[in-house]
Write a protein that binds this ligand. Structure first.
Ligand code: MG
Length: 321
């Protein structure tokens, strides 16, 4: 049984609480009621639990015991909890890797003539060299929204919203200058992210940040799967990663196609820069983004974007007004 950690709004109090999603996907264990996280009349997201887990390795054992035999008085039904992003208010910017799937590197190169322009065109087998180092950029914490939340269309700012299905890594242990061999000791688990990007804004400011940071453009969730339940698959054969827009399959790949592995990403990102429990790293998207389609397809109001990643569930959001 996978340990799936959630943050949810408890409808009796309106406060945010950390929990475990049970295998039926319809019930959860309230970790305040189960006395794992101290009770306070405040919002306590999963971040509180992640910080506790970073200094107390017995908590994972207790969580797995709860999962195996959920205490009757701490179980909530889906009607009592609204699942939100696992980390709804990240303490720092989200770190992102650009161009981490070779097929995506090629499709972007094919529609980006040197000298500017871009947008549309045939994807050719352009000979693009593998990057030597990962490309990093960030999204601000205020981009984060949860499953089923509306993504604003931002029509005053952009005509070109696009989706990017990605695996997000959540850091569990503080570290700096982490070696690739040690990297997994610093990872807590994984969830799904949709790195919504304003392509025209990205282009006109030449640097990624502005086009990646519009309000509410990082759907995250629905749950965080502990690495011990996922690493053999994720690090081995890979997980299927798919994205649909209005039921049209747009992205269909595997995390095994990543150029830089999760170990390499954590290693490179942590050089001279400390990573902290609760930090989030988006690991890049495979081919199939709207910008590289023929003709290019921007997201528009009422489009529904659904991402499925094996073992990590489904993250679905609609483009709002
Ligand atoms: Mg991305």
């Amino acid at each position: 049984m996978s340990l799936k950690l959630i943050s949810f709004i408890y409808n009796r109090t309106g406060f945010i609480r950390p929990g475990i999603l049970l295998p039926d996907g319809k019930h959860g264990i309230d970790l305040i009621q189960a006395k794992i996280v101290p009770h306070e009349q405040t919002n306590e997201t999963l971040l509180s639990l992640i910080k506790m887990m970073s200094t107390d390795s017995t908590i994972e054992i207790k969580l797995r015991e709860l999962l195996a035999s959920p205490p009757y008085d701490a179980v909530l039904s889906e009607h009592q909890m609204k699942i939100i992003a696992p980390i709804p208010f990240p303490q720092r910017n989200l770190f992102c890797v650009g161009k981490n799937y070779m097929d995506h590197v090629q499709e972007i190169a094919a529609v980006t003539p040197s000298g500017g322009g871009g947008g549309g065109g045939e994807v050719t087998a352009t000979a693009v060299p593998k990057p030597k180092y990962p490309q990093f950029f960030t999204k601000v914490p205020q981009t984060v929204i949860g499953p089923n939340d509306l993504i604003p269309s931002h029509t005053a700012t952009t005509r070109w919203l696009d989706y990017e299905a990605e695996v997000a890594v959540v850091i569990g242990q503080q570290g700096c200058n982490i070696s690739p061999e040690e990297a997994m000791n610093h990872v807590l688990g994984y969830t799904i992210a949709n790195d919504i990007s304003a392509r025209d804004v990205q282009k006109r400011h030449t640097q990624f940040m502005k086009g990646k940071c519009l309000d509410r453009t990082c759907p995250l969730g629905p749950y965080l799967v502990h690495k011990h339940d996922l690493n053999p698959r994720l690090v081995g054969e890979g997980l299927k990663i798919k994205c649909w827009v209005n039921n049209q399959l747009r992205q269909d790949s595997s995390t095994s196609q990543m150029i830089f592995t999760i170990e390499q990403i954590v290693h490179q990102l942590s050089q001279g820069m400390t990573l902290y429990p609760g930090d989030i790293i988006l690991t890049g998207t495979p081919a199939g983004v709207g910008y590289a389609m023929t003709p290019p397809q921007a997201l528009k109001e009422r489009d529904r974007v659904r991402i499925e990643i094996e073992e990590l569930g489904t993250l679905e959001n609609e483009i709002g007004p």
